[in-house]
Design a protein around this ligand. Structure first.
Ligand SMILES: *Cc1c(COP(=O)(O)O)cnc(C)c1O
Length: 495
């Protein structure tokens, strides 16, 4: 079955998978969704005999039908190799009654690596398939995690360049070090003397700058974006939910066909949407439990049917979930409106205009697949501490939000269905918050000292991504003002 994609907002026509990956956002501002959802061609029993890479092929080939078998396998092999520090790619760890799906064994020790290690290959293959000879320039503003994962994914991928802007004084010491030591002749990292919003606005302005676009084309370049609304990031995330189910089956934790729950710490709604698609293509998943931190706009939405972004933005210990507009929710809205793009476009306009929209009673019925909850800062810290005290297993603050919400769900429902918790970052990436949660408080030690102590108490070796950081030379030291971003890009590209 050929899979085509259309916009959640309507009239932009249909495109192939490779075209959707090249474009990212649809021309009408909507997100690309499959015109019809596929079904897995193999049984769970068959899939349970497969490696991560083989499972990836089974899932990707359903969605990316205009790629050949050879092309997809080449992308998969280039992505899921020894950049990951375990052959399993996404190991499942049982602790205190749940199964933690560790999605942090890639180059930057957070789950964004799962998709960003394959996206560059899907994108350059897409360019070739569509007769595009321009070099692809990825332009990104980052508050820390995404930029580094994109850098690691695109580094030294032929036919691409990547330029990342980050707020000079707005990321953690470890995050900054991760970025400024990035290898790869096609990578550029620039600190700006402004905050994340300034960086984001500057990047958006360049994307919409018609004159710049012309100049780029004249020099054989074109901009593209690696953000989480690209289906080239979404589809690879469906793989690990399929893999996790099959792993539980292969190891005898569940019977064939037995349903499981999945709990996901949620920000932009990409990761949990991938779990929703996994369910739709036939993975026996019952509830999708959506876990928020104090920025609980999604929890309120599931409770009331009203999405309301008009509220205070709170900085938490799970910064990658500090989001008030969850972009990927638009795809769920579209599906629960029976794939109605007029309804979706209207609600998204309400969101842009007033920061608020209400869904109908009928649409709310479509949310029956979901449960939701949230964790305060105290809840998050207590989840880290409790799990450590009971089992010795250490989780990061994002995963802890999910862990807490899952426990609350069980306490409220007495539902003991086997549950997979998406574990989205290594605790070493957030060592300060983790050590503070376990020890009550931390003194003025630097991050690397804390990391060593964490390694000792958790009895886990430091991941190579951290060890390498210590000795790595600084390769990027450019700093510019927000107004200077365009000039900096022109200089890097030699325009
Ligand atoms: C990005 C991120 C999340 C949130 O994922 P979404 O797909 O945006 O919902 C959660 N945890 C970590 C560590 C992340 O980097």
């Amino acid at each position: 079955m050929e899979m085509l994609y259309k916009s959640t907002r309507g009239d932009a026509g249909v495109v192939t998978a490779s075209q959707a990956i090249l474009q990212g956002l649809a021309p009408d501002g909507g997100l690309y969704v499959p015109v019809e959802l596929p079904k897995l061609a193999r049984t769970m029993r068959e899939l349970s005999q497969m490696t991560y890479r083989e499972t990836a092929y089974e899932v990707l080939s359903l969605f990316l039908t205009d790629y050949t078998e050879e092309e997809l396998k080449a992308c998969i092999d280039a992505a899921y190799d020894d950049k990951f520090d375990t052959e399993e790619i996404a190991p499942l760890v049982q602790a205190d009654g749940a199964y933690y799906l560790e999605l942090f064994h890639g180059a930057t020790i957070a789950f964004k690596d799962m998709a960003l290690s394959i996206l560059p290959h899907l994108m350059t293959t897409a360019a070739k398939k569509n007769g595009i000879t321009d070099e692809i320039v990825i332009l990104t503003a980052t508050s820390g995690d995404t930029g580094k994962a994109a850098l690691a994914g695109f580094a030294d991928v032929p036919g691409t360049r990547i330029i990342v802007f980050y707020p000079k004084n707005g990321v953690s010491a470890i995050q900054e070090r991760q970025m400024v030591t990035q290898k790869g002749d096609n990578t550029s990292v620039i600190g700006i003397t402004g905050n994340f919003d300034d960086a984001q606005t500057g990047v958006k302005r360049m994307f919409n700058d018609a004159e710049l676009k012309k100049e780029l084309a004249a020099h054989g370049f074109r901009f593209s974006s690696a953000n989480s609304i690209n289906i080239g990031r979404l589809v690879p995330q469906i793989v690990y939910y399929t893999y996790a189910y099959c792993k539980l089956l292969a190891e005898g934790h569940i019977q064939d066909g037995e349903k499981i729950h999945v709990t996901v710490p949620t920000g932009n709604f990409g990761n949990i949407l991938a779990a929703y698609y996994a369910k739709k293509i036939g993975v026996p998943i019952d509830k999708l439990i959506c876990a928020s931190n104090t920025n609980k706009v999604l929890f309120d939405f599931f409770e009331t049917g009203r999405y309301d972004r008009n509220r205070e933005f709170v900085l938490t210990s799970s910064p990658s979930m500090d989001i008030l507009i969850s972009s990927n929710l638009e795809r769920l809205i579209y599906h629960i409106a029976d794939d109605n793009s007029d309804v979706t476009a209207k609600l998204m306009k309400n969101l842009t205009d007033g920061g608020i929209y209400d869904i109908s009673e009928k649409m709310r019925e479509g949310l029956a697949d979901f449960a939701s909850g949230y964790a305060t800062e105290e809840d998050t810290a207590s989840a880290i501490r409790t799990l450590y005290e009971r089992t010795g297993y250490v989780i990061d603050p994002h995963t802890a939000v999910a862990s807490y919400v899952y426990k609350e769900y069980v306490n409220g429902s007495r539902d003991n269905t086997r549950t997979v918790i998406a574990s989205t970052a290594s605790p070493f990436k957030f060592a300060r918050s983790v050590m503070a949660a376990i020890e009550g408080k931390v003194s003025e030690e630097d991050d690397f000292t804390l990391i060593d102590r964490l390694s000792a108490i958790a009895n886990v070796a430091l991941p190579p991504a951290i060890t390498e950081l210590r000795a790595a030379p600084v390769r990027h030291d450019t700093v510019c003002k927000t107004e200077g971003m365009k000039l900096t890009v022109s200089r890097i590209l030699g325009l």
